[in-house]
Ligand binder design. Structure first.
Ligand code: NCD
Length: 317
């Protein structure tokens, strides 16, 4: 296998986690990320996307996702155009529609666009108007499929399997797109048990719960991480997304944060994940636990770079 080979195009767009399959994850995606990781680890210069150009269009704040797509594309040799805060700095502020912006990106000859949009469905709307691949980097409270890919890869590398794992998704499951996409991906595996741990007003939305029921995925709702933590292999923390709450809710963080007591009860072989950013005031994963070997949040970031390098190669290589 050489880096130069054209890799089977997976899908024209990456819009939602349900477009992946278990077979694709195991037979194509995981091996390709391993392969990318080998190259990246050895700092081998390979530029399969030399001559390509990628447009990053972010209408919402982002640190990791935008930086890692930028870095992934650059490492692969592509040129990158990068708009941060496109809501204010693109013609959107003059009233331009999303689809007109997408048409412009197409006409200007970009080879792919990565979009983060503030409304659910934004990436699909963009894809419908685009001949070049559109990658959803988060659409409001909708989905974040590339985060789910890096998360499932991180879990797979730790346990060597996904089947039969017990996973707690914790925090603001109502607004969090990372946990929604991850729930869809986890449901592709056999015998996975989900613990959905959230304050009642921030529990997982009905669409995901119905999907889990229809697909016979076992799940349990809780608001008490102290009880759940000893029983799971993966504890996936998230912050309260205050910016998405329509009314000011007094959300109690008690029961959905990592505390000393929770930490004592997390098994030594379990892992604690977080898509980041973590929130100091909500306090779901305090700084003092960062160096604990069970906390793998920066491994997720590294896998994020390699995941994005891999999917850009798969789409454009
Ligand atoms: C998340 C996001 O933007 O959905 N961050 C990320 O992409 N790693 C999580 C969040 O904003 O809380």
């Amino acid at each position: 296998m050489t880096m130069e080979k054209a890799i089977y195009p997976i899908h024209q767009h990456i819009l939602e986690a349900r477009q992946f399959t278990r077979k694709w994850l195991e037979e194509e995606f995981f091996p390709e990320v391993d392969y990318t990781a080998d190259y990246d680890q050895q700092q081998i210069i390979f530029q399969p996307l030399k001559g390509s150009s990628i447009c990053l269009l972010f209408y919402e704040p982002s640190t990791r996702t935008r930086m890692s797509f930028f870095q992934a594309a650059t490492k692969l040799g592509a040129n990158v155009f990068n708009t941060e805060n496109a809501k204010d700095f693109s013609s959107a502020i003059k009233g331009e529609s999303l689809i007109d912006t997408v048409r412009v990106v197409n006409v200007l000859g970009f080879d792919a666009m990565v979009i983060r949009y503030h409304l659910e469905g934004g990436a699909k709307e963009a894809a419908a108007a685009s001949k070049i691949p559109v990658i959803n980097a988060g659409d409001g409270t909708g989905e974040h499929p590339t985060q789910a890919l890096l998360d499932i890869y991180t879990i797979y590398k730790h346990f060597g399997r996904i089947d039969e794992l017990r996973v707690a998704l914790v925090g603001d499951l109502k607004h969090g797109r990372t946990t929604r996409s991850l729930a869809y991906v986890l449901s592709m595996f056999n015998g996975v048990r989900l613990e959905l741990v959230a304050p009642p007003e921030l529990q997982m939305r009905e669409d995901v719960l119905s999907f889990l029921q229809e697909n016979h995925v076992s799940y349990h709702l809780s608001d008490n991480l102290t009880e759940v933590a000893p029983k799971v292999d993966v504890t996936y923390m998230t912050r309260a997304q205050k910016e998405r709450m329509t009314k000011a809710l007094e959300i109690s963080s008690s029961g959905v944060c990592i505390t000393d007591e929770v930490m004592e009860r997390v098994p030594s072989k379990a892992i604690i994940m977080h898509p980041l950013p973590r929130s100091d005031d909500f306090g779901e994963l305090p700084e003092k636990f960062t160096a604990d070997p069970r906390v793998v949040i920066f491994e997720q970031v590294k896998n994020g770079l390699r995941t994005r390098m891999t999917i850009l190669r798969m789409l454009l290589g």
